[in-house]
Design a binder for this molecule. Structure first.
Ligand code: 13P
Length: 287
């Protein structure tokens, strides 16, 4: 079922667990994530960056693929199809293409502009039953060409954006996209607690899930994080499993070059990673 992320995130916040957003890049990725969610009876959010959307031949192609797969694989757990770090224009395209959830990342605009554009998109989404995520305080690092400075969010600005009626809020708390550098200072739980104090029951989103130590993830969930985004870690395990297959010469044995065989170890590695994260986040059996 393709659903808005609102209900699953409200339930997660109340139940003190988090729903994973796993970014998709192609058919294998999508299938591996959906099958794992179904097997573990976990709700799931499929994240699509603007770059990945373009790579997969546009948002309508993505919607067609995901809806078709949910149908053909008999997926019954709640699935949200979510635009990740959308621009204003990208968000409008996804709303029209049939996404069930969007993120508008206005964190790099002055707060007044972020408020204006977020308000317009909240109205457009809610008429259609689509959930919307907004961001305050840029997430550091680079993801698909979107570069953030990694600042901690201002709790008062978080309150202003939360009050616009968004369904989930990404607040920068020292998290960054990609692999964390060795000198990373860890998440700012002080900022997280201050944001939570201001925004109350709003489900909070933790971006940059790759490489955050388990104890910090658990603590973040206890402080109101209800959605955690993971992208790079799935890419790393996919690449590693594919490399091992080729280095072992398996692509040259029999029909080992058949893409259905060549890409299978990578897909299995994604499944194992998604399972590990769903168990850590506590979403198993919560469908
Ligand atoms: P990572 O690539 O660091 O896991 O971050 C993913 C993310 O936050 C997507 O928005």
């Amino acid at each position: 079922m393709l659903v808005s992320a609102k209900e699953m995130l409200d339930k997660a916040r109340e139940g003190h667990y988090a729903v994973g957003q796993f970014n998709i890049n192609n058919l294998e990725w999508t299938k591996a994530i959906l099958q794992t969610a179904q097997e573990l009876q976990s709700p799931v959010i499929l994240g699509v960056s603007e770059g990945a959307g373009k790579y997969m031949c546009g948002y309508t192609t993505v919607v067609g693929m995901v809806k078709g797969m949910i149908n053909e694989l008999g997926i019954t757990v709640p699935v949200a199809l979510h635009l990740d770090h959308g621009t204003y224009e990208g968000a409008k395209k996804c709303i029209n293409a049939g996404f069930s959830s969007i993120m508008f990342d206005g964190s790099h605009y002055p707060i007044e502009d972020n408020i204006r554009m977020t308000t317009e998109l909240v109205n457009a989404c809610h008429v259609l039953g689509i959930s919307i995520e907004a961001e305050v305080g840029a997430i550091g690092g680079e993801e698909d060409g979107v570069i953030g400075r990694g600042e901690c969010a201002d709790p008062n600005e978080c309150k202003m954006i939360a009050d616009l009626g968004v369904d989930m809020l990404a607040a920068g708390i020292g998290n960054i996209h990609g692999v964390y550098p060795a000198n990373w200072e860890g998440l700012s739980f002080e900022t997280l607690a201050a944001v939570k104090e201001k925004v109350g029951d709003m489900p909070l989103v933790l971006h940059g899930g790759t490489g955050i130590p388990d104890d910090q993830v658990t603590k973040a969930i206890s402080l109101g994080v209800a959605k955690i985004n993971v992208n790079t870690e799935c890419q790393l395990v996919f690449a590693e499993a594919t490399r091992k297959y080729i280095e072992a010469g398996k692509d040259q044995q029999g029909k080992g070059f058949d893409p259905r065989k060549l890409l299978a170890p990578g897909a299995e590695a994604i499944k194992a990673k998604v399972k590990e994260k769903m168990e850590l986040f506590g979403s198993v059996g919560k469908a």
